[in-house]
Design a protein. Sequence first.
Length: 83
Amino acid sequence: MRTRDTDMLEEDLDLYDEPRPGFRIAAGAFDFLGVIACTLLIVALMAIMGNLFTWLRQDLNTTLAGLGRNINEAVVVDAHRNQ
């Protein structure tokens, strides 16, 4: 028998100790979908980063080759003029 209001509250709170099975299944499904989505996002970002580094390496090779050619031409021209 309920003798106090707190007894009634404790009984009502006991009903909410365990989530309902439907909600647990839905929460588990959303957790699983979240993990799959984040994994796909990480893979996509890694592909983008790989593409960026490939482009950067090619661009640096092109840039440094142009600078090297300019320096080489300047040195070779000065060497021919001094002879």
